[in-house]
Structures are given as structure tokens and as C-alpha cells.
Design a protein around this ligand. Structure first.
Ligand SMILES: NC(=O)c1ccc[n+]([C@@H]2O[C@H](COP(=O)([O-])OP(=O)(O)OC[C@H]3O[C@@H](n4cnc5c(N)ncnc54)[C@H](OP(=O)(O)O)[C@@H]3O)[C@@H](O)[C@H]2O)c1
Length: 287
């Protein structure tokens, strides 16, 4: 038996064990997916243990996507550009770091019918997920990426670090205030929530990062947060008649990339999605 798991702290919200295990089982793979809730003082030890022969690797989630990087032997290009690792692969005792959030976000956005080239996007947040979104949009030729965050200097730093990679994209930061957002104007074709606001398991489950009047009617609102009911931001988008998508498809696509990296096999996407929806008690295509 091989073992893989998710490293984070706390891990209450993670659906990865549910849909990854469903995928391994349906493919007849002798792999167990475990939850490794890891307090900070144990992070080194848990990561080092992944070098053992029966470990395939791990997923890494909040708050360790950046902190694990120096503990690994090699980082692939997207992980370096994103400045974050969400997938570790154990290759014969060497630990390789990948970022599959960038690909997961891009695929989910395309599936939602968004043509990324030329898009004018507002990103709410400046943590690891915001960075993955900003990198994906920049790489795919967005016309404009504006990053806004509660802690302004993090948005500023994100924008600064992306600029050298942004050949066709205007990248800038603005404060997360009503006045600054209003002044930037309702130009957005795409609004991405990469803050923790609206997370059902979090303390601010009922808060939207943006009031509905600042959402242009033509915009696509992509909320990385997901849950059994529409998030406050998606409700605000609905009020404006704008289209909204939650983060469930992104979750499945980033996980599917991790599955590919660990096993070398094509992931059973429908099984993964159905298992995640069942865990969230959403209707599945199987009824
Ligand atoms: N669907 C998916 O596959 C997927 C993948 C990755 C992440 N996500 C989701 O994306 C979200 C962010 O994840 P992350 O890894 O980037 O987390 P993170 O690095 O901890 O960043 C959290 C972000 O939320 C902001 N924030 C927190 N509380 C806030 C508040 N009260 N008001 C305004 N902003 C607030 C933070 O602002 P400050 O800088 O001011 O603290 C920061 O920008 C989470 O909800 C996560 O579940 C989803």
C-alpha cells in the first residue's frame, strides 16, 4: 500500500481526502489518502517523513504553501513563479514541489466560458490563492489585473513581483476600500475572490468582500470559496444579474493535476466531482 495525504492546520474544511480517496478506489489503486493536521512545530518532521518509500507525496494547504518550499529538493517552474507549493511528489526519496492551483484555476475559468485573453480582472486577496490566479491570468494574456487586499502592502508586493512576467498585462494594486474600488471604475470583466471571506467553516462565513453595487452586470464573478449554498459574494453577483461560479471545479481540477503527478494516470474527474458534491450534500449528476 502507498500513502499520500494533505498537510495543513487546521484541516477542518479540506475535501481533498474525500474525492482523492474516491478516485484511488474507483481506479483499483492500493493507495490511502490521509489527513495530516500538522501544527507548526511538526511541519519539518512531517515533510521529511514523505521521503519514506511508501509515501507518494502530499497536498499542502493553508497555511503552509509557502513555508514548505525550502524543505523540498526541487521546485518546478510554476511553483517558483507562483511562490507557493500545493503538491509534493516523492521521487525515490527526493521531494519535488509543484503548484497545481494555477492550472486548476485556469481550467475552471475556461469551463465557465471565460476567454482569458484581453480580460480586465479584479482579484480580491493577496495570499497564495490570489497569487495563483494573478499568475494564471498574466500568463494567459489578460489585459489588466488589479489586485486589492485588506493589507495593502501585500497587494502591492504581489503586483510588483508579477510585473516582470506580465508582458501583455497591466498589473497594479489598489487598496480594498469602497472609494478606491469605485474610483477604479466598473470596468471588470472578471472578479475573483481569493480571500477567506464567505468560507462556510470560517469566522466570516456571512461576509462578502465586495458590495453588489460595485459588481458590473456583465462581469463573471469567480469565488474560489465553495460550500453547500451560494457564497455571500455569489449572492451579491446574482442581485446584480451578473454570472457567478464557485471554487468547486477549481478544487477538483487542481486535485486532478495532483493525482496525475502522483500516479501518472488520467484522473476520474466525474467520480472526484461526485464525491466532493456528496460530501457537500449537493445534488450530483448521479442523482
Ligand atoms: N477552490 C480552490 O481550489 C481553492 C484553492 C486555493 C484556495 N482556495 C480558497 O481561497 C481562499 C484564500 O486561500 P489562500 O491560500 O490564499 O489563503 P491565505 O494565503 O491565508 O490568504 C487569505 C486572504 O484573505 C484575506 N482576508 C482574510 N480575512 C479577511 C477579511 N476579514 N477581510 C478582507 N480580507 C481578508 C487576507 O488578507 P490579509 O492579507 O489582509 O490578511 C488574504 O488576502 C480560501 O478561502 C481558500 O479556501 C480555494
Amino acid at each position: 500500500m502507498k500513502v499520500v495525504g494533505v498537510i495543513g492546520y487546521p484541516l477542518g474544511h479540506s475535501l481533498s481526502p474525500v474525492f482523492q480517496q474516491a478516485a484511488f478506489t474507483v481506479m483499483g489503486l492500493d493507495i490511502r489518502y490521509e489527513r495530516w493536521e500538522t501544527p507548526p512545530e511538526r511541519l519539518h518532521e512531517v515533510v521529511a517523513s514523505l521521503r519514506g518509500p511508501h509515501y507518494l507525496g502530499a497536498n499542502v494547504t493553508v497555511p503552509y504553501k509557502v513555508e514548505v518550499m525550502p524543505m523540498l529538493d526541487e521546485l518546478e517552474e510554476v511553483a517558483l513563479q507562483a511562490g507557493a507549493v500545493n503538491t509534493i511528489v516523492n521521487r525515490h526519496g527526493r521531494l519535488l514541489g509543484y503548484n497545481t492551483d494555477v492550472a486548476g484555476f485556469t481550467q475552471a475559468l475556461r469551463e465557465a466560458g471565460c476567454k482569458i485573453k484581453g480580460v480586465r480582472a479584479l482579484i480580491l486577496g493577496a495570499g497564495g490563492a490570489a497569487r495563483a490566479a494573478a499568475l494564471a491570468l498574466t500568463k494567459e494574456g489578460a489585459a489588466m489585473v488589479v489586485v486589492t487586499n485588506r493589507t495593502y502592502h501585500r497587494a502591492f508586493q504581489l503586483a510588483e513581483s508579477l510585473r516582470p512576467m506580465a508582458h501583455h498585462t497591466v498589473v497594479r494594486a489598489i487598496p480594498l476600500t469602497y472609494a478606491a474600488l469605485q474610483q477604479a471604475g466598473p470596468v471588470w470583466d472578471l472578479i475573483v475572490n481569493a480571500t477567506t471571506l464567505g468560507m462556510p467553516s470560517g469566522p466570516e462565513a456571512d461576509k462578502s468582500p465586495l458590495p453588489s453595487e460595485l459588481i458590473p452586470q456583465k462581469a463573471l464573478v469567480f469565488d474560489m470559496v465553495y460550500g453547500p449554498t451560494p457564497t455571500p459574494l455569489l449572492k451579491a453577483a446574482m442581485e446584480r444579474g451578473a454570472r457567478g461560479v464557485d471554487g468547486l471545479a477549481m478544487l477538483i481540477y487542481q486535485g486532478a493535476e495532483s493525482f496525475r503527478l502522483w500516479t501518472g494516470l488520467e484522473p476520474p474527474l466525474q467520480v472526484m466531482m461526485a464525491a466532493a458534491k456528496e460530501a457537500l450534500r449537493l445534488p450530483t449528476s448521479h442523482g
